[in-house]
Design a protein around this ligand. Structure first.
Ligand code: S3P
Length: 449
């Protein structure tokens, strides 16, 4: 028996905090491995994905304590002395950033570390990181299928170089910058314009990174990092599910407090505005702890649902909303006119093939969705229809957290009953998502008795 998803009985209304940013929480752990002393991250996100990074750090010899949202991590005194296998679980960020970090940190001639992951992570492309790292001298070998995890890393002398990325990926960019910290000379990463810049912001705060005039980040190595303290802001990608829900249901009024307003992450808010929602930002100062802070602008975002007008998302916009496309596709089903999402082929190699899964699920709900190689075309508005209490329409997640949460938003406005084949997978990035949604819906929510 699957748990039924909630339906909204009334417009959404309320103010909420969302959990800490996942990308910054991963980086807090991984950069601390290279630091000179104990590091602290307040508001650290405790979820399945960040636990993969933390478990890897502990296996590599770090020690850590986590209390009241504060993670303290003491880096290992030296690289490991024995061969290790690290399980990155479902987390692409853990696997890709560690490939870069380990390639330059392990001792040449010393033990090997093999990175592996779950069935989904084993299907995701790794050559995009492995090939540029090899150009820096990295010793990386495919331990299973070519181009995929598991990958074995051995220490090797590394030299800095200039990379021109084919994919505007923050994970690849960050892996190369982490490798650059352990390599001799200057490492510069070009071609990732518009992708999230948390690694550069953190490194800049520590005096360890600069930018070329055109904005491409550079590091010079070899060097270690100073011990740091940072405050992790709320995750805009988690906030987006509630903000899109507010835009979908006219009359809603939802405020998310303390989220990152980093411009490389707020592309979805511009789409909500374009689609007719009222979006108000109240910017606070960069999240305010001393020393090397995350350097993120933060603030509150109020979204009020009004009209719903079709929108277009094109390639240049994609990096700043790449993880929000699933829920924006749900919004598109309720907008008047034809919405298009293009230049988003990367969605096919995320935790699932998100374009295929979105098209299948939304069509089963009755939406008019055409799938393209690099996007979706959605005609709206249309009425979404589920099943009955005894036979709900069960939506497919493939264990992908963002598909699960996007479908939970679709369920709010679906006539009839819907369920997820795996509601628990939201814990990859947002444990407690269903409960927060229930609070926001209030007593008007209709659910199984
Ligand atoms: C992430 C970058 C994005 C994003 C992922 C997290 C990161 O991937 O989709 O969820 O933390 O760097 P790419 O930039 O590699 O596409």
């Amino acid at each position: 028996m699957h748990d039924l998803l909630l339906r909204a009985g009334a417009p959404l209304s309320g103010a909420l905090d969302v959990p800490g940013d996942k990308s910054i929480s991963h980086r807090a752990v991984l950069l601390a491995l290279l630091a000179d002393g104990p590091c602290r991250a307040t508001g650290w996100l405790d979820c399945a994905d960040t636990r993969s990074s933390l478990a890897a750090a502990l296996a590599l010899g770090a020690s850590a304590a986590f209390e009241h949202g504060v993670l303290t991590l003491t880096p290992p005194p030296a690289p490991p002395r024995d061969d290790l296998v690290l399980d990155c679980g479902n987390s692409g960020t853990t696997a890709r950033l560690l490939l870069g970090l380990l390639a330059a940190w392990l001792k040449p001639g010393g033990p090997a570390v093999t990175l592996d992951g779950d069935a989904s992570l084993r299907t995701r492309p790794m050559a995009r990181v492995v090939e540029p790292l090899r150009r820096m001298g990295a010793d990386l070998s495919w331990a299973g299928n070519e181009g995929r995890l598991p990958v074995t890393v051995r220490g090797a002398p590394m030299r800095g170089c200039t990379h021109d990325l084919a994919v505007a990926s923050a994970q690849v960019k960050s892996a190369l910058l982490l490798a650059g910290l352990g390599a001799t000379g200057i490492t510069t990463v070009r071609g990732a314009a518009g992708s999230r810049d948390h690694t550069e912001r953190m490194l800049r705060g520590m005096g360890a990174s600069s930018s070329e005039p055109c904005g491409s980040p550079s590091v010079s190595g070899p060097r270690r990092l100073p011990a740091f303290t940072l405050a992790v802001p709320g995750d805009p990608s988690s906030a987006a599910f509630f903000q899109a829900a507010a835009a979908i249901i006219p009359g809603s009024d939802v405020t998310v407090r303390g989220q990152s307003l980093n411009p490389t992450r707020t592309g979805a808010l511009a789409v909500l505005q374009h689609a007719g929602a009222l979006v108000d930002l109240v910017v606070q100062d960069a999240a305010g702890e001393v020393a090397a802070d995350a350097g993120e602008p933060t603030g509150s975002v109020r979204v009020r649902g009004r009209s719903r007008i079709a929108f277009a998302i094109e390639r240049p916009q994609v990096p700043a909303l790449v993880d929000e496309i699933p829920v924006l596709a749900v919004l598109a089903t309720q907008c008047a006119g034809r919405s298009t999402i293009s230049g988003a082929a990367e969605l096919r190699v995320k935790e699932s093939d998100r374009l295929a899964l979105l098209a299948r699920n939304l069509r089963r709900l009755g939406a008019a969705v055409a799938e393209r190689d690099d996007g979706l075309v959605i005609d709206g508005p249309c009425v979404l229809r589920g099943g009955t209490r005894d036979e709900p329409l069960v939506l497919e997640t493939a264990g992908d957290h963002r598909i699960a949460m996007a479908m939970a938003v679709a369920a709010l406005i679906t006539e009839g009953e819907t369920a997820l084949d795996d509601g628990a997978c939201v814990a990859v990035s947002f444990p407690g998502f269903h409960e927060v949604m229930e609070c926001l819906l209030g007593p008007g929510a209709q659910r199984r008795p």
